[in-house]
Design a protein around this ligand. Structure first.
Ligand code: PMP
Length: 419
């Protein structure tokens, strides 16, 4: 039988391996911790399934209609009719996949089209698309900074930035989160001659706080460093052209590389880096996470291109998104929740809770009531905090925000998070 084949194909238990040599033994503590959480009777926050997705703001989870307030679908592009039509057409004309690297057979018409759309959106000469934003950071950081050179990064940087540092051979220097002074001090201690890359993020995704990019970029330039800004959580709604925090703060002329993703405002999957550097194209020849993986499917790059072309003119959506961020932030603050930022600085609003127990209880109460938010915990969060992270969409309606606030009030009182 089929079942028989499956069980015989690989060993089902590691009986032949001594526990001390079972490489999976190192996960015992993690498995026990997760089991302890499940044993309290809660839904596993890291095993949610979207059974049906009705719109950018509504899905069916565990058989229940649920408002989505924990996705990165900031601009609500996933159901845009032009985006969907572009994906259908590419699927019909080019098939389901590329079966190869961008370097060889994996560059199709729409990989070129999406890179053109990015050049146009950002007003730059160079754009390179990667298979994810994670890989764009991994590839750019490890390829740009080599042996004997330096990467200087914010302590609260995204995992993909840390992993890019690990993948490369450069010396790594961390500075205190968003501290212009500490960045200046650490750069000042480094030898003058070697090349340096300062890596910053426009919006830090755990607390939703923004970087003082203008000051930081000025300090980096003073010390002769190049700058890469990860604008994953700002594309589409900061600055006159929606390019990001670096545009909003007026430091476009001093940022050498911008990394971004298609998985948030663009509404599909993929990553990219843009630059005006005259030698930028050489990255394609040297960057391992660009070369040694298959390129994105034609339908994905076609949807990304259509979405980016529309985002350029999405002024009304931008306005709606900011209105939503202001009304949710104001409402939660008025209820007495402790928030990650004093003001609605981004489309991410983080609620800081006392401990895991309170965070899980509140998360569960919200989910049972038909609201999905992200639960975030160490090591992803700064300073060992437990967070419920809300991320807004331009498509959330005032009625949905009002419902969300009612749910938060009830859950917050039931769990003691607010008085
Ligand atoms: N950079 C930042 C700041 C991110 O938050 C993320 C994803 N959450 C990424 C990069 C990676 O993006 P992707 O989902 O495209 O891999």
């Amino acid at each position: 039988t089929d079942a028989g084949l499956v069980t015989e194909s690989l060993p089902a238990d590691p009986a032949t391996i001594a526990p001390e040599r079972d490489l999976m033994s190192k996960f015992d503590a993690l498995i026990a911790e997760r089991q302890a959480l499940i044993d309290t009777g809660v839904t596993d926050p890291f095993a949610i399934v979207m059974q049906q997705v009705k719109s950018p703001t509504e899905a069916v989870i565990a058989g229940r209609d649920t408002i989505l307030l924990g996705t990165y679908n900031y601009m609500g592009m996933t159901f845009d009719p032009d985006v969907i039509a572009a994906g259908h057409a590419a699927l019909d004309q080019f098939g389901s996949g590329t079966n190869g690297s961008r370097m060889l057979n994996g560059t199709f018409r729409d990989h070129i089209e999406v890179e053109d759309a990015l050049r146009d959106f950002y007003g730059v000469s160079g754009a390179i698309v990667f298979s994810t934003g994670y890989m764009a950071n991994l590839g750019m950081i490890s390829t740009l900074a080599g042996k004997g050179e330096y990467v200087i990064l914010d302590a609260d940087s995204h995992a993909s930035i840390y992993d890019g540092c690990q993948q490369g051979n450069a010396e790594i220097v961390r500075f205190r989160h968003n501290s212009v002074e500490d960045l200046d001090k650490r750069l000042g201690r480094l030898p003058k001659e070697p090349g340096k890359l300062v890596v910053l993020e426009g919006v830090y995704s755990m607390l939703g706080d923004i970087a003082p990019l203008k000051e930081m970029v000025a300090v980096a330039k003073k010390h002769g460093a190049m700058v890469l800004s990860d604008e994953a959580h700002s594309m589409g709604f900061y600055g006159p052209n929606g390019r990001g925090v670096y545009e909003e703060q007026g430091c476009e002329a001093d940022v050498d590389f911008v990394v971004g993703t298609f998985s948030k405002s663009v509404g599909t999957v993929g990553g990219f880096c843009i630059s005006n550097h005259p030698k930028f194209e050489a990255i394609r020849l040297a960057c391992r996470p660009y070369i040694f993986t298959a390129s994105l499917p034609p339908s994905v790059v076609a949807t990304a291109a259509a979405s980016i072309r529309k985002l350029k003119h999405a002024h009304k959506k931008r306005q709606q998104l900011w209105e939503n961020a202001r009304s949710l932030h104001g409402g939660l603050k008025a209820l007495g929740f402790k928030l990650g930022t004093e003001n609605p600085d981004s489309a991410i609003i983080a609620i800081i809770l006392n401990d895991q127990e309170q965070a899980v209880a509140m998360w569960q109460a919200l989910l049972d009531g038909g609201l999905y938010v992200n639960m975030a915990r160490p090591p992803a969060t700064p300073a060992g905090t437990y967070l419920l992270r809300c991320s807004l969409c331009a498509e959330h309606t005032p009625a949905q925000i009002a419902t969300v606030l009612t749910m938060f009030a009830a859950a917050g009182r039931a769990t003691g998070a607010i008085g």
